[in-house]
Ligand binder design. Structure first.
Ligand SMILES: *[C@@H]1O[C@H](CO)[C@@H](O)[C@H](O)[C@H]1NC(C)=O
Ligand SMILES: *[C@@H]1O[C@H](CO)[C@@H](O)[C@H](O)[C@H]1NC(C)=O
Ligand SMILES: *[C@@H]1O[C@H](CO)[C@@H](O)[C@H](O)[C@H]1NC(C)=O
Ligand SMILES: *[C@@H]1O[C@H](CO)[C@@H](O)[C@H](O)[C@H]1NC(C)=O
Ligand SMILES: *[C@@H]1O[C@H](CO)[C@@H](O)[C@H](O)[C@H]1NC(C)=O
Ligand SMILES: *[C@@H]1O[C@H](CO)[C@@H](O)[C@H](O)[C@H]1NC(C)=O
Ligand SMILES: *[C@@H]1O[C@H](CO)[C@@H](O)[C@H](O)[C@H]1NC(C)=O
Length: 280
C-alpha cells in the first residue's frame, strides 16, 4: 500500500520538476545529421552543433528564405542584423542561442562547415518547430481548444486588429451573446465578461482570465476589414477541463483509501472463510 502511494506521489511530482527545468529554454542537440527540435513560443533555444577546430568556417542558414543567421570565420562571429538583438553564438561550445522565438522561426536550418582551406567539410540540418503554448488558441481558422478550469486562455483572432472590426459572440443554443466587439479601435466588452476579459488590439488577442465551466461552448468570430467587408467567419470550440491536479487529489484522498478498505474487506472475508473451513 505504502509503495503504491509513494509511486503515485512521485509520479505526480515528475512533470512539475521537468517543467520547471525546461520552462524557459530548450536544448537542441544538432550533433546528428538531421535533428528536430521543438521549442515553445517566446522561449529560448540553444542549438548545439558538432564542434570543429576554431579555424573552421561555419555558416548557419535558414533554408526557407535563404537567410544566413550567422557566419563564423577567422574566429569572428557575424550575426545577421535581423537576428542580432536576440541571437548569440558561443564559439567555446559551438552553441547558437535564439531568444524569444516566434512563429516565423519555425523551419529548416542548415549548418555548413568548411575547413581553413575553404574546402567544404559537412552539412547538417536542424528542424525547428515552434509550439504554441497550451493556453493559446489561434482562431484564424475553425478550432477546438482545451483549457483547464481556472486558468487563463488567449484567443488570437488576428495578428493585428487595428482599424478592423471584430464581432466575438458566444453561441448559447440558438441565442447569441456578444462577448466583445471592436470598432474604430474601440473595444466594447460584455458586462458579464468585463472584469476578467481583455482584448489586445495590437496583437488581436482576447484574454479570458479564470476560465469557468460555463465558458465551455461554441464561439463565433467575425472579422471585417477597414472597409467593412467580412474577411473571415470562424468558430472556436472551447472545452473547459477539470483541473487534473484536483483529480489526482481526489484519487489520493478518496480513491486510494477506498481501494485499501476494499482490499482489507476482501482480506477479512477470505480469512473468515479460511478459518470457517478449517474448523467446521
Ligand atoms: C537530411 O535532410 C536533407 C534535406 O532534407 C536530406 O537531403 C538528407 O538526405 C537527410 N539526411 C539524412 C541522413 O537523413
Ligand atoms: C555554451 O556556452 C555558453 C556560454 O558559456 C553557455 O551559456 C551555454 O549553456 C553553453 N551551452 C551548452 C550546450 O553547453
Ligand atoms: C468553419 O465551420 C463552419 C460551420 O461549422 C463552416 O461553415 C466554415 O466553412 C468553416 N470554416 C473554415 C475556414 O473551415
Ligand atoms: C497594426 O496596424 C496599424 C494600422 O495598420 C499600424 O499602425 C500598427 O503599427 C500595427 N501594429 C503592430 C504592432 O504591428
Ligand atoms: C445560456 O442559456 C441559458 C438558458 O437558455 C441561460 O441560463 C444562461 O445564462 C445562458 N448563458 C449565457 C452566457 O448567456
Ligand atoms: C469578477 O466579479 C465577480 C463578482 O461580480 C467576482 O466574483 C470575480 O472574482 C471577479 N473576477 C475577477 C477576475 O476579478
Ligand atoms: C498579446 O499581448 C498580450 C499582452 O502583452 C500578451 O499577454 C499575449 O500573449 C499576446 N498574444 C500573442 C498571441 O502574442
Amino acid at each position: 500500500m505504502d509503495k503504491v502511494l509513494i509511486l503515485v506521489v512521485m509520479l505526480a511530482g515528475v512533470p512539475k520538476a521537468i517543467f520547471s527545468l525546461a520552462e524557459h529554454q530548450t536544448m537542441c542537440n544538432a550533433h546528428v545529421q538531421n535533428t528536430s527540435c521543438s521549442v515553445k513560443l517566446g522561449e529560448s533555444v540553444y542549438i548545439q552543433m558538432m564542434s570543429g577546430d576554431s579555424d573552421h568556417k561555419v555558416q548557419f542558414k535558414k533554408v526557407n528564405g535563404m537567410k544566413t543567421l550567422f557566419t563564423l570565420k577567422n574566429k569572428m562571429v557575424t550575426l545577421n542584423k535581423d537576428y542580432k538583438h536576440r541571437t548569440e553564438f558561443f564559439i567555446s561550445n559551438w552553441t547558437l542561442k535564439i531568444q524569444n522565438v516566434d512563429r516565423s522561426d519555425s523551419g529548416q536550418y542548415s549548418v555548413e562547415v568548411f575547413g581553413p582551406d575553404g574546402i567544404f567539410r559537412r552539412k547538417t540540418f536542424v528542424n525547428l518547430h515552434v509550439a504554441e503554448p497550451e493556453n493559446m488558441c489561434i482562431a484564424t481558422r475553425n478550432k477546438s481548444c482545451c483549457i483547464p478550469l481556472g486558468r487563463s486562455i488567449y484567443i488570437q483572432v488576428m495578428s493585428n486588429a487595428s482599424r478592423h472590426k471584430v464581432w466575438f459572440k458566444k453561441l448559447n443554443g440558438t441565442e447569441k451573446v456578444i462577448v466583445f466587439t471592436l470598432n474604430r479601435d474601440k473595444v466594447k466588452l460584455n458586462e458579464d465578461f468585463k472584469n476578467r476579459t481583455q482584448f489586445f488590439i495590437f496583437n488581436g488577442t482576447l484574454k479570458i482570465q479564470n476560465v469557468e465551466r460555463s465558458d465551455s461552448g461554441q464561439y463565433s468570430v467575425e472579422v471585417f476589414g477597414p472597409d467593412g467587408v467580412l474577411l473571415r467567419h470562424t468558430f472556436v470550440h472551447l472545452h473547459v477541463q477539470e483541473d487534473t491536479s484536483s483529480t489526482l487529489f481526489f484519487i489520493l484522498v478518496i480513491g486510494v483509501p477506498a481501494v485499501a478498505l476494499l482490499l482489507l474487506g476482501l482480506l477479512c472475508v477470505c480469512i473468515r472463510r479460511h478459518k470457517g473451513r478449517k474448523t467446521p
